[in-house]
Design a protein around this ligand. Sequence first.
Ligand code: FAD
Length: 484
Amino acid sequence: KSGLVWFRADLRTVDNTALLAARETCDSLVALYLATPMQWHEHHVAPIQIDFIHRRLQVLREQLRALNIPLQVMEVADFSEVPAAVLSLVDEHQVGHVFCNKQYEWNELQRDHQTGHLLSQHQIKFSAFDDSCVIPPGEVLTQKGDPFKVYTPFRREWIKQFRMQGAAVQPVPAAVEASHALNLSNGSSVGASGIADKVDEPFTYPQTDSMAWPVDEEAIRQRLLTFCEEKAEDYHKYRDFPAFDGTSCLSPYLALGLVSPRQCLAVLLHEAPNCLDEPESGAFCWLNELVWREFYRHLMVAFPQLSRNQPFIAWTRNVQWQESDKALKAWQQGLTGFPIVDAAMRQLKTTGWMHNRLRMITASFLTKDLLIHWQAGEQWFFSHLIDGDLAANNGGWQWAASTGTDAQPYFRVFNPTTQSERFDPKGEFIRKWVHELKDVPDKYIHEPHKWPGAVTLKYPKPIVDHKAARLRAIDRFKLAKGDN
Ligand code: FAD
């Protein structure tokens, strides 16, 4: 029996549910990755993420080759062309069973539904597995059997179930030994399907350099180990300080499935076996973030409108947002006159990554101080983030904009200056990214326009008055809700 493993956001061979199932079921396997540049355009996928995927595919190809599984990397325009492309590869290699891990976003679910339907018409089996969460969406429910809308009780139930199924996160099996592979035509880069193998060529999509993020197995394993061995213990103390390297920086690896959340938890629990009983510990605090990741994925499945541009709280559709290209551009380019916001936005633009505390500050600034629609920010983030992930990004934006489930209440508005004073007290992070401010004394680094020497600065004055902007935002939300 021959099978096809279709890789998507699960670019690893270790602890990959679909791959394991395929290897147990089939005698011979071929693997596929399908690039969809027009779909990426439509979804605003960051060029740095595409570069990261492209680089990882070279590694994946080698890993699969060691298992005797040839990887074909192909390109079609968008999801509408995917079912036929999969079918043609299936025909070409006389495959009887297609395996993949589920993606929970709406368009991805439709794509898989259509692919499964077409394959079934040709008597080809299609199996999609839950893989990207430790506990699959739909399994963490209230006593009434409903999805949780609030995080803390979700976490309580998640931990309860996790304790019960603890065995599932025992150290993950090493990559399984080789099997007989299908004989792909050697040397030719064009199969009978007529679709060119893209593994050595760039995709038809802009790619920006992601080399700062290694994609080889050893480096990723080391990053996870080093974090769990050396940093997890103090994670709760340092995680909010962007000038400090206190978080794992594993987000791109988790978003694209180069590492699984089970692997993360297996290593964490090996280092901190009692952390589930120590809610004050750094290790628990990190586990909590992994559970947030699961929460947002579960929500996306339970409330599909979330991946279709809808707010979670219906009345927030009535909020009258400001349309201002000028203010939006200032935010995007890091020229708002609020140093912490500008430093963060420049970090994003330059590196494709932003610290979590700064994601919260900049998202709050856009949606409350500038009162610009959260979708404009969501899109800008997604089009620049190497770890762009619809569930986490949408969840984060709707949290900050007070439109989401268990979101920041609309009347609680971050003060960007106070946040800056608290989380970058000496302005180290600010000075790293906003070079214009390098000579500003610590005392004025959060509000450089108040520095007596400010006239010499080539740095904008604040584009809004925070106090007034806060009141305006609260008023607009009150009005939308009908709270008067
Ligand atoms: P760590 O602090 O080491 O956390 C470990 C892992 O837990 C992360 O790698 C991530 O997978 C997960 N995680 C941590 N915090 C969150 C969270 N609040 N929500 C969901 N998962 C979390 N994360 C993304 O992976 N992709 C996104 O597109 C994304 N967009 C965001 C947008 C906004 C407005 C906000 C407020 C947050 C967003 N996050 C996103 C969540 C969070 O900022 C990043 O996951 C985190 O900064 C990544 O750094 P790290 O790997 O060092 O995280």
